[in-house]
Design a protein around this ligand. Structure first.
Ligand SMILES: [Zn+2]
Length: 116
């Protein structure tokens, strides 16, 4: 296991993902609300444990796309900055409210091909 680390950066994406699948097999991945007064955390690794908070990434993405729709003239950079700022501003109750609002309004859609 020790020698795996050294060459990781030189592996192909496919090989890197295989290695991460291997790491995922080890478990100890927890879904939890991550609370920090300072940071917007999507995840956290602490020793053997990995914590993931799906709410933050989701609400940030949602706010980002809502800003795009509401203010179509804003640049990608500005939208990104605004969405991140709003996430920092949200407290736990606010985050929860937005997560629930998303779950109420979301419509499951079939896979969508996106052209660039
Ligand atoms: Zn965008």
């Amino acid at each position: 296991m020790g020698q795996k680390k050294r060459g990781f950066l030189r592996l192909t994406c496919e090989e890197q993902l295989t290695e991460l699948e291997d790491e995922l097999q080890r478990g100890k991945v927890y879904e939890a609300s991550l609370r920090s007064a300072k940071w917007v955390l999507h995840g956290l690794q602490e020793g053997e444990a990995i914590f993931v908070d799906p709410r933050t990434a989701l609400v940030e993405t949602l706010c980002h796309e809502l800003i795009h729709r509401r203010f179509p003239r804003l640049s990608e950079r500005t939208v990104d900055r605004l969405a991140k700022k709003l996430l920092v501003h949200l407290d736990q109750a606010g985050l929860w409210k937005w997560f629930q609002a998303y779950n109420r309004v979301k419509i499951k859609a079939p896979p969508k091909d996106v052209e660039d």
